[in-house]
Design a binder for this molecule. Sequence first.
Ligand code: PLP
Length: 390
Amino acid sequence: MKEKPTVPFFRAADMSEEQQAVGEVLASGWLTTGARAERFETEFGAAVRAPHAVAVNSCTAALHLALEALDVRSGDKVIVPTLTFAASAEVVRYMDAEPVFVDVEPGTNLLTRELVERAVQRHGAVKACVVVHFGGQTPQMGGEHGVASYCAENGIALVEDAAHAFPAASDVGPVGSSSDACCFSFYANKTITTGEGGMLTTSSDAVAARAQVMRLHGIDRPVWNRYRAGASWAYDVVAPGFKYNMPDLNAAVGLVQLRKADAWRAARQRIAERYLSELAAVPGLLLPTSRVPLESHAWHLFPIVITDDVRMTRDEFIVQLAEDGVSTSVHYRPLHRMSYYRDRYQLDESDFPNAEAYWQGCVSLPIFPSMTPAEVELVIAAVRNGAATQ
Ligand SMILES: *Cc1c(COP(=O)(O)O)cnc(C)c1O
C-alpha cells in the first residue's frame, strides 16, 4: 500500500557542510569562543550593515544585554507587544522592570506608531520599547508614522526583537543596521541556525562596549586572548556580568548558514507567493498582510486566520489538516493570556481585541526552504479542504 504523503511543519536543511565546519573546530582543540565567533560577528555585521555585532548564545541573551546596556532598571516601564514569544517580555522582568503590553495591528500583527503612542499616553513615562518583527517583516520605522522615529523623538530606547527577521529590511535599511539594539536568534528552527545562538547588533559604541563586557562575567576585555601566546593573564571584573558568549562550535555552523541565507529567504518568498495567490479566494480565511515589499520580508512564518465563516474551531482545523498529512503550528498564544502576566498585571482580553481575534483563528502553515512544489500543493489542497467544511 502506498503511504499517504505528509508535510512536516519544519525540516532541517542538509547539514553536510556544517558538519565539516564543526569537525574542523573539534580538530582545532579550541571549542569555545574564539576566532570563529569573532569572524561570525564580522560577517554577520557586514551582512546587515551593522556598526557593531556581538555574538551571544541566544536571542534571549541579546535582548537581556540590550535592556541592561540601555539602562533599563527596576520599576521602569517597557512596551512589549502581547503577540510574541515569551522571551520578548521575560527579559524585562530580568531587569525587575515592568512590561506594558500593547495590542497589535490587524493583518500584520505588528506594533504601529499609533499603538505605541496610545500606550505612552495611558501608562506615562516609558523607558524602552521592544518592537517584534512578527513573522519576518518590520513596521514602518522612519518618518512621520515611524515607530523608531517616535521612540527617538520621545527619548524611548528602541530594542528590535528580530528573531524572525533575518535577512529582512525596513524603510530605513537592512534590519540590524540602525537602532539602539537589534536582537537576532539562531535557534534550531529560525531562518538560519547555530543550534542555539543569537546576535546583538547596534549603532551605539556604548551599547556594544557594555554588551561585550556583560556577555562574559563582566570581565573588562575579551578573555579568549588570555590563553593566546604572549597574552596577559591579567583581567578585571567591572560588573556582575552573565555567561552569554557564543562558542566557536556554534559560530562555525553560523558562518556556513550565513552564506545560504539569501537563497533560503528567496525560497521562502516563492512559497509565500504560492500561498498568497492560491489561497486568496478561499472563503473564510484571512491571509497575512505584507506591508513591506515581498523581497524585504524574511518570511519566517506564514500565519493564516480561520474566521467564523469556517464551521470549525482553529483546533479542529489543525486536526483536519493533520489528517490530510499537513503539520502546522500556532504563533502565539498572546502573553496577556499567560497566567504569570495575566495575574501579575490583571490583564483583560478586551484590551487586546486584535491579538484576540488573531489568536482565536491563527494557524501557521509550513514554510521552509527545502519544501518541494508537491509539498506546497499538498498544503494548499489541505487548507482548501479544511475551509470547505462549512
Ligand atoms: C525564538 C524567539 C526568541 C528567542 O530566541 P532564542 O534564540 O531561542 O533565545 C525571541 N523572540 C521571538 C519573537 C522568537 O520567535
